[in-house]
Design a protein around this ligand. Structure first.
Ligand code: BES
Ligand code: ZN
Ligand code: ZN
Length: 511
């Protein structure tokens, strides 16, 4: 089984974080697989257009009404039978299975609104399309859409989605698939809570404590390095970013090393944990650009969430998470543009813009990852406005130097879960743009290709294969989008979980 090396339960007893996690949107939602549709309960039927409704308990008038509506091209039909509601969702056949699943998630999200309106605390999902994958996707969209960050509202009880119990009726579904989905959605909820939580309750120390709690509740081990330890490890990038802050930095190491793992060499996931980004002395220049910078730890939170889902589902893959965390502020001792710092691997960096801080803390973690002799390093970060400018909130910008099958598999996972990746070029010409006049590297290049030069900067800190994922566009949404909701999306969690579940296949090809 897993080994828990460094959990320090004692110190958690009195921490504020314990309280935070208790207030988290943990899912008090139950899912069960039942054989038949229980009578008198409200049901969502997933059907194909030509499905025969004869086997369901509708009366003649209801059946006629539904059949006519569906024939007319309605995709959603609701029937109120006084003591219960029936919702019919028509699933059109799509040749692309990724599109098909995404349509189901979106349909699930639309039903989230209906269920709230009609105050259902319980719902039955009936699979008449006989594709468990689709009913799972529908359930995923439904439950992800139920999320809300309500902690600071006075009327949170009224605002909370009422659904508490989902009964799934499906002949072909494996119960374990439901459990795995539940674990994953739970992880997404946790990550959204962590990212939505303002700095006042989520500084670097509180972030690390929250990750410890996630480790305890799912089974991965957590060790938190404090400032002294970070100093002794000479993590000059993390320390430089932290210099303008009054709160100490942390570096959190997460380990999931199951005995039955298929891989000898671990997968190392690294997340940017800037709990708030003011830009530092290169203060964020444009209107409103600082408003949502509490989301700048979205990458680190996502990695913690992935480990939660992986450990809870006991996926047999060795995974390490490394989470450097600090805020980026312009206090008196802040790193100044032009300063030269020495990084964990001994390279020197001329810090020309203190707002390009993410790469400094990630570089130290990427260098530190070498101690695990990793199979692959993936970092995930809200790293550049340039990535957001390129593809907006619609996807993740990815790049790297790992063997192409890794990126292919990641892109495939992205399509599968609809956290899509666009691969950017990683040509060596970009490296030249990072040459400094006085140090080994500078931390910014020209404006053009800004997302790529950021990735290239990271590449300089490891000899191991690296994939870099920039989530600056989709990590935090100002307007709601279907089941992603508004605010934190927890993007990356479902992507990396899917990738890790497929990792055994990928790995076996190597032998
Ligand atoms: N945290 C920001 C990137 C960001 C932008 C995240 C928008 C989420 C939404 C990052 O630290 C940053 O400030 N990057 C600079 C880099 C530049 C100074 C080279 C940027 O992209 O403008
Ligand atoms: Zn910045
Ligand atoms: Zn940042």
């Amino acid at each position: 089984m897993l080994f828990q090396k460094t959990l320090d339960n004692h110190s958690l007893k009195h921490s504020k974080t314990h309280w935070i996690i208790k207030n988290f949107n943990t899912m008090d939602l139950k899912y069960s697989l039942v054989k038949d549709i229980p009578p008198k309960k409200s049901v969502i039927y997933l059907i194909r257009k030509d499905n025969n409704l004869g086997r369901f308990a509708f009366n003649e008038a209801e059946r006629k009404y539904i059949t006519e509506q569906v024939k007319d091209g309605e995709k959603q039909v609701s029937v109120n039978s006084y003591n219960r509601w029936s919702y019919i969702q028509v699933i059109d056949k799509e040749t692309d299975p990724d599109k098909q699943r995404e349509k189901c998630r979106r349909a699930g999200s639309e039903h989230s609104v209906l269920l709230k309106k009609h105050k259902h605390s319980e719902i039955v999902l009936a699979d008449a399309v006989e594709e468990p994958e689709l009913i799972l996707a529908f359930a995923e969209g439904l439950v992800l859409a139920n999320y809300g960050f309500l902690r600071y509202f006075g009327d949170k009880a009224e605002k909370k989605h009422p659904l508490k119990n989902i009964l799934i009726v499906s002949d072909r579904m494996d119960k374990q698939e439901i459990t795995i989905l539940k674990n994953l959605i739970e992880a997404v909820y946790f990550v959204r809570d962590m990212v939505n939580e303002p700095l006042s309750f989520m500084n670097a120390v509180q972030f690390s404590e929250t990750v410890k709690q996630l480790g305890i509740s799912s089974g991965f081990s957590v060790e938190v390095f404090n400032k002294k330890k970070i100093e002794s490890l000479k993590m000059g990038g993390l320390l430089a970013v932290n210099r303008g802050s009054i709160d100490p930095p942390t570096f959190t190491v997460l380990e999931w090393m199951p005995d039955n793992a298929v891989n000898k060499k671990p997968l190392v996931l690294i997340g940017k944990g800037v709990v708030f980004d003011t830009g530092g002395l290169s203060l964020k220049p444009t209107l409103n650009s600082m408003d949502y910078m509490k989301c700048d730890m979205g990458g680190a939170a996502a990695v913690a969430g992935v480990l939660y889902a992986v450990a809870k589902s006991k996926i047999p893959v060795k995974v390490i998470g490394l989470l450097p965390a600090t805020d980026n502020r312009p206090d008196g001792n802040a790193v100044a543009p032009g300063d030269v710092i020495t990084m964990h691997n001994g390279k020197t960096v001329e810090v020309l813009n203190t707002d390009a801080e993410g790469r400094l803390i990630l570089a130290d973690a990427i260098s530190y990852a070498g101690k695990y002799k990793p199979e692959l390093i993936i970092d995930i970060a809200t790293l550049t406005g340039s990535a957001a400018l390129a593809i907006g909130r619609f996807g993740i910008v990815g790049m790297g130097n790992a063997k192409s099958r890794y990126m292919k598999s990641l892109i495939h996972s992205g399509d599968h879960v609809h956290e899509r990746i666009v691969e950017f070029p990683f040509w060596e010409e970009f490296e030249k743009l990072l040459e400094s006049n006085i140090a080994d590297l500078k931390n910014i290049a020209e404006r053009d290709a800004g997302a790529i030069t950021a990735g290239k900067f990271l590449e300089q800190f490891t000899g191991y294969p690296l994939i870099h994922l920039d989530i600056a566009g989709p990590a935090f949404l100002k307007k709601a989008n279907s089941y992603q909701g508004k605010g934190a999306t927890a993007i990356g969690v479902r992507l990396l979980f899917d990738f890790i579940c497929n990792f055994p296949n990928l790995f076996e090809k190597d032998r």
